[in-house]
Design a protein around this ligand. Structure first.
Ligand code: PMP
Length: 421
């Protein structure tokens, strides 16, 4: 993969701050956008802007055609049918759609939902809130190395368990959960399997038929696309039975005072004017990724993670969270300065962090190295490791070994400024 050439497609990488290029290592939060995506949005507003599924004039019909073509492209990308693709704002909205809709006609008091200790708040709060309606929520344990404890999943699955909702790839630990295996376990129990694909669909080939998940949610902005467009894939037979989430225009066939007939999926779940520009931008982003090849994206990130791990070995006071095996993790590296304790053992890590991640990120920023620091919207996971926060560097197609080297120099600067070692 020619990273230098890829970087030329991203206008933001022409930007210099204090005479130096930026080293963007926060793609887990959001990715940068290539001009192909930016131009597509501009092209839409300059040439085709009209509301969709409404007008019968040609511009509106064409805009509708573009919107539906984007849906087809998204569907093809994850091996789904277009009518199984619901456009939402982001992963968060996709998961909220499910929790609200299930509450309407799938769930009853006493039912149980299983999530895990490594979930992003977006796959945590929408389910935990259902406790208010006397729906139980239980949490699958993880191991110290950050793997999901499948035995615990099996033990906690029971007749009451209606839904299991898990991240495919953890945004903190990088752990790749074995969703194929989990899907079988969950379906053997006749439960619904929801996948939070926010950190998998952008980084690795995802085939919903192979996984056999019932739902997967992901965000366009984490895969080169614009903000404000996301996707909820759902098996059509289930979508058909589900109640709408938002209601109003666009999502109905007929409305009378005493009778409302909803549209079929996916339009049933797309009330109001949709984000047409976003769908086109996402489709352009998918074309860009397809051109590189998702296997190549995954291999590239694996290689960079391996390279970074080897480099970080130099520092014996850094602890890295999550699996050490790069085959089982994505390109997300969360770490802390940890008093020389390289391996996570609860008793050791308890109070040992001696440089706050915000300080680390601040010092790195002085070198234009952009990493995330904080709890990464995964506070239950921070509680599990008994830490307040981590520093997180994450990789994508526009990062290379040179970026990792610059990060390592930045870490040396952190050590110097904070007088470590
Ligand atoms: N799930 C995971 C695993 C994530 O990493 C994120 C974003 N950090 C989300 C859900 C939420 O994504 P969004 O903010 O785009 O809704």
């Amino acid at each position: 993969m020619d990273v230098k050439k890829i970087r030329e497609d991203f206008p933001i990488f022409r930007k210099m701050i204090n005479g130096k290029r930026i080293v963007y290592l926060d793609s887990t939060a959001t990715t940068q956008k290539p001009y192909q995506v930016i131009e597509k949005i501009k092209e839409f507003y300059e040439n085709y802007n009209a509301n969709v599924h409404r007008g019968i004039y040609s511009l509106s019909e064409y805009s509708t055609e573009l919107y539906e073509k984007s849906r087809e492209n998204v569907a093809g990308f994850i091996n789904a049918h277009p009518e199984e693709i619901v456009f939402v704002r982001n992963t968060t909205e996709g998961l909220n759609l499910l929790s609200y809709s299930f509450l309407w006609n799938f769930l009853k008091p006493g039912d149980k939902i299983l999530i895990s200790m490594m979930e992003h708040h977006s796959n945590f709060i929408p389910w935990v809130r259902l406790k208010h309606f006397n729906i139980d929520v239980d949490f699958i344990n993880i191991t110290e190395e950050g793997y999901l404890d499948l035995e615990d999943l099996k033990n906690k699955l029971d007749k009451r368990t209606k839904i299991v909702s898990l991240s495919h790839v953890s945004n903190v630990l990088g752990t790749i959960n074995d969703v194929n295996e989990i899907s079988k376990i969950v379906h053997d129990n006749n439960s619904i399997f929801v996948v939070d694909g926010a950190q998998s669909v952008p980084h690795t080939p995802v085939d919903v038929k192979k996984i056999d998940c019932d739902f997967i949610a992901f965000s366009g902005h984490k895969m080169l696309g614009p903000m404000g467009i996301g996707v909820l894939y759902g098996k059509y037979d289930i979508l058909k039975e589900m109640a709408p989430f938002l209601s109003g225009g666009e999502m109905i066939k007929e409305v009378h005072i005493n009778n409302i007939i909803y549209e079929d999926p996916p339009l049933k779940f797309e009330a109001g004017t949709p984000n047409v520009e976003g769908s086109l931008g996402l489709s352009a982003a998918i074309d860009y990724l397809k051109n590189i090849g998702m296997e190549n994206v995954r291999d590239h990130e694996k290689r960079l993670t391996d390279y970074a791990f080897k480099k970080m070995d130099e520092f014996d006071d850094i602890v890295i969270y999550g699996p050490k095996n790069v085959e089982k993790r994505g390109g997300v590296i969360s770490f802390n300065f940890n008093n020389g304790n390289r391996y996570i053992e609860k008793e050791l890590i308890k109070n040992d962090i001696f440089v706050h991640p915000h300080d680390v990120a601040g010092i790195l920023d002085s070198e234009n190295i952009m990493v995330r620091s904080g709890h990464h919207c995964a506070e239950p996971l921070m509680d599990f490791y008994r830490i307040p926060a981590t520093t997180r560097a994450s990789f994508y197609i526009y990062n290379d070994e040179e970026d990792v080297d610059i990060l390592m120099d930045g870490i040396k600067k952190v050590r110097k400024v904070m007088k470590i070692g």
